[in-house]
Ligand binder design. Structure first.
Ligand code: ZN
Length: 335
């Protein structure tokens, strides 16, 4: 583990007064359950997710997996201060060998996956698609701040499980995450219903004022000798309740286009009182540009630039958004 704890706590904002029943897509709703010392965020993604996935025409299982990674990165990245950047990447030996989600605070996200279509079979879950390897989460809070990276081994488990491992090892804040991605077929005029991706996710953290209450039960005893009595930590009742509540959230509730985030939070936490803060909007937007690609080309060695000339031009495709940039050999700095 090469990490220092990024602060994923939510900054205080003005609470929303009138609970809305209208679902708002492409937003993150921060919330607080003060009586249980719980803080969290609920992400609902519609058009922004569809935009990212549709640029690549991924097979459905790959789209779903990348969607889960996008929701996870959104839940984590949306806690960053302005100018912060959160990057989630996996490198594994499964059919989806690489995926990356780049979240730039406050609201921009982009992502892509590399996969081997010949290794996709029916019924592969996200663990089988990823296979073995690792998940890296990098937090960059701007030029004046240090950059840190947390690494988690992937061994056939889901991204949710990997996220829990990450929080246990590097953040040491008791955290649970739920992720769901679905395909929706709706409307359409004449040529049948239209396909759209939707996703939702929830992150819940236990942040008591007294730090000793946050000790977690499932820390491995480490290198204690065999037969040693391991000290069993009882989890705090408030956190036991928080985990049990988030455990009841169904995938369909996270992605239901007719259920607002506020309604879902109320449904879960109303007995304890939940306070919902102003929603943070999200959008799918790539940060590539002709200027950036051009200066990247100029940073290459002259011989490498010359090798890139095909049919009298240099063509560069952005892997995130599939934009194609074309340069004449002269523009690309080839003599
Ligand atoms: Zn791009």
């Amino acid at each position: 583990m090469v990490s220092q704890s990024p602060d994923t706590r939510i900054t205080t904002e003005a609470p929303v007064r009138a609970p809305s029943t209208v679902p708002v897509d492409d937003t993150v709703l921060p919330f607080e359950v003060e009586t249980l010392d719980l803080r969290g965020r609920l992400a609902r993604l519609g058009p922004a997710l569809d935009d990212v996935l549709a640029k690549h025409d991924y097979p459905a299982p790959v789209g779903k997996l990348l969607g889960e990674a996008i929701v996870l990165a959104t839940l984590l990245g949306s806690a960053l201060k302005f100018d912060g950047r959160f990057i989630l990447q996996t490198q594994t030996d499964g059919p989806v060998s690489f995926l990356i989600v780049d979240f730039q605070a406050p609201d921009r996200l982009r992502a892509y996956a590399r996969y081997d279509a010949s290794r996709l079979t029916d019924g592969q879950d996200s663990g089988a698609l990823l296979g073995k390897g690792h998940l890296a989460m990098t937090v960059d809070q701007g030029p004046d701040m240090s950059r840190y990276q947390g690494l988690v081994a992937l061994d056939g488990g889901s991204l949710e499980e990997a996220a829990h491992e990450y929080f246990l090892r590097s953040e040491q804040i008791p955290t649970r995450v739920r992720l769901a991605v679905g395909e929706e077929w709706r409307g359409g005029d004449g040529d049948g219903p239209k396909h759209r991706w939707r996703a939702g996710g929830m992150l819940l953290q236990f942040l008591p004022k007294a730090p000793e209450r946050a000790r977690q039960a499932d820390l491995h005893p480490g290198d204690a000798p065999d037969g040693a009595v391991t000290h069993r930590i009882m989890e705090d009742d408030a956190w036991v309740e928080g985990q049990s509540l988030i455990g009841t959230v169904e995938d369909i509730e996270l992605i239901d286009p007719d259920l607002s985030g506020e309604r879902l939070l109320y449904r879960l936490f109303h007995e304890r009182g939940v306070r919902v803060f102003a929603p943070l909007p999200l959008r799918a937007r790539c940060s590539c540009s002709r200027d950036a690609v051009s200066s990247m080309l100029r940073s290459f060695a002259a011989s490498d630039r010359a090798d890139m000339v095909k049919d009298g031009k240099v063509e560069v495709t952005c892997e995130f958004c599939s934009s194609v940039y074309r340069f004449t050999p002269h523009e690309a700095g080839v003599e």
